[in-house]
Structure formats: C-alpha cells, structure tokens
Design a protein around this ligand. Structure first.
Ligand code: GLN
Length: 357
C-alpha cells in the first residue's frame, strides 16, 4: 500500500506503508544508530515523535522478547529505507512489520532517509505526518502545523508507586518515562528500588527515607514539566541525586539553569562525550532534543562533560552537594557500555553519605 511522509514545510516523500496502515502526526527526528531499533521503538523518550532511522536496513535481526525498554512502543511513527522481511537471529520472535502492526504503530518504508535527514539537519527538526494519501495536502499541512502537545511525560510515567526489593541502599526513582535498562542497572547493584510517578510530591519521596534519588529520562520539553522541577528543587541537598537525560534537564532547571531546544538533536549510539576531569572521551548513547545552556548554570554548579561534536553540555555536578547528572544514556540499550560506571558513582555517593551520617 502506498504511503507518504509529509513534512510541515510541504516537502513529501512517497513510500510504502508498514505497520498499521493509517495516519499519524508527530515531530520528525532521526536516529543514526546502525542497530538498536527495538530499543528506540520502546524508549518512552520518543513519545510523540516520528523516528527515522538513517541506517538503510532496519529489522534484519527482528524483534526479540528481551530488549524492550518499556512494555510497548512509544514512537508516534517509524520511517525506514527498507524494512527487512526475513530477519535472522536466534532471539528473533517477530518481524519489524509484525511488531508495528500488533502495536498499532504507523510506519513507512522506501523513503530516501538520507535526503530526509539532510533536510532536518539543514532546516531543523519539524513536525510531519505519515499518511496514505496526500490529495488534500493543504488540509494535512494545516493539521500538522496546528498540532501541539505538552503533556508527554504524563502519558508515559507510571500510574502507581511500585517497589522492587533489593538488599542494598534504598533508591527513590522518579519515572518521567524510564527505560528498563536504567532499572536493570539499579537492580544489578542490589539496590532497593521504589518508583514514583512524575507528579509525585517531594514529601512522599522523603517519607520512604531514600539513600538516593534517581531522576529518569523522559519525553518532551523539560519546561513542560515545571511541576517536576518544583519538587526536585525541594530534594536537592537532602540525599544524593543522579539525573539522566530529561532528569538532567529537570535537575538543571531546579538548580536555576535554563534549557533550550537543539536544532535537530542528538539521537544515536556513537556520540563522543569528554569527561573534563579525566580528559577521557567516551562513546555514548544519546536521544535528546533539548540542552542545558552553559552560561545559565549558577556558580556552584560545574560542567563535567561536553559533547565533542558541538560542545554542548553533557554533564553537570554541584560543587558542594552530592548532585550530578548526564545528558547522555549511561544505561546504553542501545549503544556502548562505556559509561555504566556512572551508576557506581551513584552507589559510592550513597555509601559515603550513609558513612557520614
Ligand atoms: N531521552 C531523554 O530523556 C530526552 C529528554 C528530552 N525529552 C529531550 O528531548 O531533550
């Protein structure tokens, strides 16, 4: 079946429908990972976005039961050059097309994803639509341009508080749209985990007497989650706080800094990030469209990591309090394990604090 990807500037691409044959509107972004499409599909941070993969063959190792980053796909739409119909992998359970169909995700293949990516790189991220016909293009452009969403985090956060028993330090996790592998990395370290919804109150978190607090990744503009910023502000200085991606942005806002939108974001598995203290460069997994403005950081907060490609802020730390965060994804999934040690830094902070008290 024929399908189209229509961009808000009127440019469109013709292709073939994959997944649910239908119509969908979202922010069109690109991911440069050569693998990891299953993790990308199910990462809640992509909620509301039509994701295009720049690697031309997607689905070649299928979809398995082990690599999901949440219980369902959260992308608004999926764009590929070629969707592989005959995957080959011992873990493979579903083809990409089967998985998209089973989860009502609209997709398109046969798109010149290189040309599409060049447009986004030149003009910046824009809204778009996957649709089965473009006969009434003006109407569709109106729908695309008028599409506004502001409650991304509330759509993906947990509804209820839940607990995962562990024998180690007690960690409160605020779920803004958390990826499974972040929880997995806390579990591996034996931590006792309580996960709270995004709209939880700081008092409820402090009630469980946590040894540390983790602020998760999540979708959308951090400034749409000012309710979260207000609560995090009350938590700073109480116990160690570790922020990842959206958690890093929310923490930065709570510390008094400001954020802005990047032209086309960082999404992929090979973004070089320099740890300014050790002077080492790590290869990181990234998925973000917003960034912390360096000049806006208060004096008592220092930049710990920068992106080597564009010098944007990739990590911060409070100079006196046990508070730090990173813009990239130390939990990988997809991507390299270079920065898993950041979870050990968190455990160390809790250890030192407990020893101090
Ligand atoms: N992965 C994330 O947590 C993304 C953070 C935020 N939604 C951004 O796009 O910048």
């Amino acid at each position: 079946m024929r399908a189209y990807l229509l961009l808000e500037n009127g440019v469109y691409f013709e292709g073939e429908s994959i997944g649910l044959p239908g119509e969908t509107v979202g922010e069109v972004v690109f991911n440069t990972g050569m693998t990891g499409y299953q993790e990308v599909l199910t990462d809640p941070s992509y909620y509301g976005q039509i994701v295009t993969m720049t690697y031309p063959l997607i689905g070649n190792y299928g979809i398995n039961e082990e690599d999901f980053q949440s219980y369902k796909p959260h992308v608004r739409g999926f764009v590929v050059r070629e969707a592989c119909e005959k995957p080959s992998n011992f873990r493979y359970k579903y083809t990409l097309d089967e998985y998209l169909k089973a989860n009502n995700i609209v997709g398109i293949q046969g798109v010149d994803t290189r040309a599409l990516t060049k447009i986004i790189r030149e003009k910046g991220t824009m809204m778009g639509m996957i649709t089965l016909n473009i006969s009434d293009i003006e109407e569709k452009l109106k729908a695309i341009r008028g599409h506004i969403e502001r409650d991304h985090v509330e759509r993906v956060t947990t509804r209820e508080v839940y607990h995962i028993h562990g024998s180690g330090y007690r960690v409160a996790v605020i779920d803004y749209g958390i990826k499974t592998n972040i929880i997995e990395n806390l579990k591996i370290r034996g931590l006792d985990i309580t996960v709270f919804p995004a709209r939880c109150a700081a008092e409820d978190i402090l009630d469980i007497k946590p040894d540390g607090i983790l602020l998760s990744n999540g979708p959308g503009d951090p400034k749409d989650a000012m309710y979260a910023v207000e609560q995090v502000d009350k938590l700073i200085g109480k116990v160690p706080v570790f922020g990842i991606c959206l958690g890093h942005q929310i923490l930065s806002l709570a510390l008094g800094a400001d954020t802005s939108k990047l032209k086309y974001g960082h999404r992929g598995c090979n973004h070089p990030v320099k740890d300014l203290k050790s002077d080492r460069t790590y290869i990181t997994s990234q998925n973000h469209g917003y960034t912390v403005i360096p000049e806006s950081l208060p004096d008592d907060v220092e930049i710990t990591h920068i992106n080597i490609n564009d010098n944007t802020v990739e990590g911060i730390r409070h100079k006196k309090l046990p508070v730090y965060s990173v813009q990239f994804h130390p939990e990988a999934s997809p991507g390299p394990y270079d920065t898993l040690y950041l979870f050990d830094v968190f455990v160390d902070m809790m250890k030192r604090r407990v020893a101090d008290v």
